[in-house]
Design a protein around this ligand. Structure first.
Ligand SMILES: Nc1ncnc2c1ncn2[C@@H]1O[C@H](COP(=O)(O)OP(=O)(O)O)[C@@H](O)[C@H]1O
Ligand SMILES: [Mg+2]
Length: 512
């Protein structure tokens, strides 16, 4: 039971099992905005990844679709242009076999595109000569002409390959146009131009875009909500375990955490925690048993030593210097007996073996009794011990233990106040919510207690100045016992102190 680290076993026992992880502090904006709960964190990451994936998917789908539609529109245009071109080539060849090298008459030329069914598709068809003059046009071009950009004409004549243009001057929608040479041997007597409105392609793309714009957020929302629900469901056992672990307080180490399932990560965590609680339980029991046994074993020899010393002191033949030694032995054994008794009491209290009585107690009488036992000590130290206020208060409790509580506090006040000081007691009642409290306070004009000691003051064996305390017969258990008594009666004990000007210990006990 060493207090070297400032933790007595009682402190350890009072701790509850906490599952929260240490929070590392980083001062970036991101970490300040980051949600605290694991569920929200997972949902955030899940949502971000999902949004990214869906956006990429939608963008790719749209781009691929546009590419495909444009490509197939171009392919269809080229195919029709090639058919026309071949028809024209064979007509020209036929004409020349009949009429020799004579140039074609305009009537024949005008009939170039009459024979094919291209026009019915709403396409613009136009046949031009190598200089770019139109020699034949389809019905759709009655008032308009397909433009003949000079670069297109040049490129088509030199490479003899189809050339594509997008024309914006014809109607509401742009027109996609292909220009293709009519090959007669290696001569190019004419060129064929076929154009078609991109209305169909644009319309299809717009519909696709609309679908993607509706579908993507819907999928996102559904997946996000589903993910949130799933994460919540799989984390619920963790919450339950946290609650269970928190309820396993100092004196309920026999409780265990019950996982919903034992074959997964959470089940294994619960099993590990349970094992840890079992180990703690065992070691606490060992300590309790050891303290109880040790105290018990020490009592008998102490009584014997004291008895022998007293017998020797009674004998008239004992020389005076030996008498002094014997007296000091008796004083020390008394001190040791008190410590052993207190230890035994505390270990029994830890093991829940102390049954406090529940009977009506006149607190003012008990305070008076404690006052009387300590009056002599006070006057020996020339300390004024008196009352500021004394109400008659009756409460339910254990008179013996309550008297011990008051005695411990008054004893300390006398002990740690220099000669000529003053110790003032007060007992009154106060309203506390729906009920009432008995309030007992002890103020002294002593040395006071530094702030750094206050958190540990009620710990076992804690003493501000252990040398002085021991000299005066203290062992550091008095306040721990006082707190135990107060808490066992449903109350509490508090201290206010200023170095140099004294301390006030206040006990609040609820009245039924
Ligand atoms: N009224 C007081 N004024 C100053 N110090 C006090 C007072 N009461 C308690 N203390 C400090 O708290 C320590 C613990 O008190 P306690 O548990 O009663 O042990 P002890 O057996 O030493 O009196 C004491 O050693 C003392 O340093
Ligand atoms: Mg004391």
């Amino acid at each position: 039971m060493s207090n070297a680290q400032g933790h007595s076993p009682s402190q350890l026992r009072e701790g509850t099992v906490s599952l929260s992880m240490p929070v590392t502090k980083r001062f970036s904006l991101f970490s300040r905005l980051r949600p605290r709960s694991l569920r929200a964190q997972l949902a955030l990451w899940h949502g971000l990844l999902l949004a990214l994936t869906l956006l990429l998917l939608a963008a790719f789908t749209y781009l691929l679709l546009r590419e495909y539609l444009n490509h197939s529109a171009d392919a269809a245009l080229t195919e029709f242009a090639e058919t026309t071109s071949k028809d024209i080539a064979s007509a020209v060849y036929h004409y020349h076999t009949l009429h020799g090298d004579q140039p074609l008459d305009p009537d024949t030329e005008r009939r170039f595109i009459d024979n094919n069914d291209l026009q019915s598709w709403g396409r613009y068809v136009q046949v031009i000569d190598p200089e770019g003059h139109a020699v034949a046009i389809s019905d759709a071009l009655r008032t308009n002409r397909l433009p003949v950009p000079s670069e297109t004409l040049l490129a088509c004549r030199t490479t003899a390959r189809p050339v594509f243009d997008t024309v914006t001057t014809l109607g509401q929608y742009p027109v996609r146009m292909v220009t293709l040479p009519v090959m007669l041997g290696d001569r190019i007597p004419y060129l064929v131009q076929v154009g078609a409105s991109v209305e169909g392609v644009e319309g299809a793309l717009q519909r696709a875009l609309f679908i993607l714009l509706v579908l993507t957020p819907s999928i996102f929302l559904i997946a996000l909500l589903g993910g949130w629900a799933l994460v919540g469901r799989s984390l619920r056992p963790v919450d339950e375990m946290t609650r269970a672990a928190l309820s396993i307080g100092s004196n309920r180490l026999d409780l265990r955490i019950a996982p919903a399932r034992t074959d997964n990560e959470i089940g294994r965590l619960a099993a590990a925690l349970n094992e840890m609680i079992a180990r703690l339980d065992r070691s606490f029991q060992q300590i309790e048993r050891f303290t109880a046994d040790a105290s018990h074993e020490l009592k008998t020899p102490l009584t014997a030593i004291r008895g022998e010393a007293e017998v020797a002191l009674m004998s008239t033949s004992t020389p005076p210097d030996i008498r002094l030694t014997l007296e000091s032995i008796i004083a020390e054994t008394e001190r040791l007996s008190t410590i052993v008794n207190n230890l035994l009491l505390l270990s029994r209290a830890d093991a829940d073996q102390v049954r406090l009585k529940q009977e009506p107690v006149a607190l003012h009488e008990i305070v008076l009794a404690a006052f009387e036992t300590l009056e002599r000590l006070a006057s020996r130290k020339n300390i004024t011990l008196d009352f500021a206020e004394m109400e008659d208060v009756i409460m339910e409790g254990d008179a013996l233990w309550l008297q011990q509580l008051f005695t411990n506090l008054i004893h300390n006040a006398i002990l740690y106040t220099p000669e000529g000081g003053q110790v003032t007691l007060a007992l009154k009642t106060e309203r506390m919510g729906a009920g009432r409290n008995a309030v007992f306070s002890v103020s002294d004009t002593g040395s006071g207690i530094g702030d750094e000691h206050l958190p540990f003051l009620f710990d076992r064996f804690y003493r501000v100045d252990s040398g002085r305390s021991r000299e005066q017969g203290g062992s550091g258990l008095g306040l721990n016992i006082a707190r135990w008594v107060a808490e066992s009666h449903g109350g509490n004990i508090a201290v206010a102190s200023a170095l140099g000007s004294g301390s006030v210990f206040t006990v609040r006990l609820p009245l039924k």
